[in-house]
Design a protein around this ligand. Sequence first.
Ligand SMILES: C[S@@+](CC[C@H](N)C(=O)[O-])C[C@H]1O[C@@H](n2cnc3c(N)ncnc32)[C@H](O)[C@@H]1O
Length: 335
Amino acid sequence: MDKDIKDSTWDEAGNGLDVLDRFEYLRNFYLRATKKIFHNFYKKNFDGTERVLEIGSGLGFLKRNWPEEFKGEWIQMDSSHYLLDEAKKRHPQGNYLEASVYDIPSPDESFDVVCGLSSFDTFYNLEDAMQESTRVLKRGGLFFHFLDLQPSSDPIYNSILEGYFLPGLEENDAGGLSDSKSIISYIPYDKYEAYLKKIKKLSVDDENDTLLDSILLEEKIRKKYSKQIDQNKYFRSKILKSFSDLIETDSINWGTLSAKFYGKRTQQQKQEGNIFLFTRVPDYKYLILLLFSSLSPKFLEFYFKSLVMKIEPSCLEVSYIDYVSARKTKNDSMY
Ligand SMILES: C[S@@+](CC[C@H](N)C(=O)[O-])C[C@H]1O[C@@H](n2cnc3c(N)ncnc32)[C@H](O)[C@@H]1O
């Protein structure tokens, strides 16, 4: 089997650069909160002298925002020649390696840390990617993966294609929100015939129905015959399964890390208008604060214009990152 199925999104032709630039633009709205998450994680898990391999580093967002007190070695590895060239051009001081996660050109047990940010969810063969990542990790070393985007749906489509015919996928992509639902629907092989029959019958029976009626009926039939996959749950359970096949399960941690930051707005934040709350997940806890913070400057401006010219109220950034982490057991004979 060809393990290294190329995800063309990250090629020059796939506009990978535009995609990553867009991610970085969005991430900048709550960057100071995200950096707090990185810092807390670093304090808990690093001593600052580690040899780190970051897999699927793209333009290097993780390394650039990692705590400055880190003094070890950090290699940014990516299979995209095109993205690495751009990363080198923008940040020449980085340490770059062009290679695929399925064939890492490093000896066994040569890194203290192997990690990735929103990269392992894009790998088509997660089991093999984990196997190879664990191979180059020292005993007692740390693996971690952070996900600050919606897990990629491409590998999920790919694995469903092996078992089911797809008459068309529906995706409710909420755009990079780890807490919100993002569901992929599909019709399993064994239900496909029955599904088709119903759809055909529908077009014969309902000739006089309005277009809306037939869309609604079709939707109802789809719902009845389809299965749903929650992308977040799917990725999380798959990565945990790969881990537990390779590493003793009690050393695995996973969940959502979060942090808040209060402070003056950045230029980019100011350009968004009168918004004083920046977060990736539409967290309704903060809705009143959002309303208050967006209305109060207008109110103040109306009554105390000269005062408002001088005061820039503080904003709140809230960041969330899904994570999975594990230490390779010291005396494991699986490798
Ligand atoms: C969603 S991007 C994330 C980039 C970066 N970590 C970030 O969060 O901005 C996924 C990255 O994985 C890389 N990638 C895809 N397949 C890979 C493979 N087989 N080996 C190594 N990197 C790969 C892509 O080139 C891309 O840079």
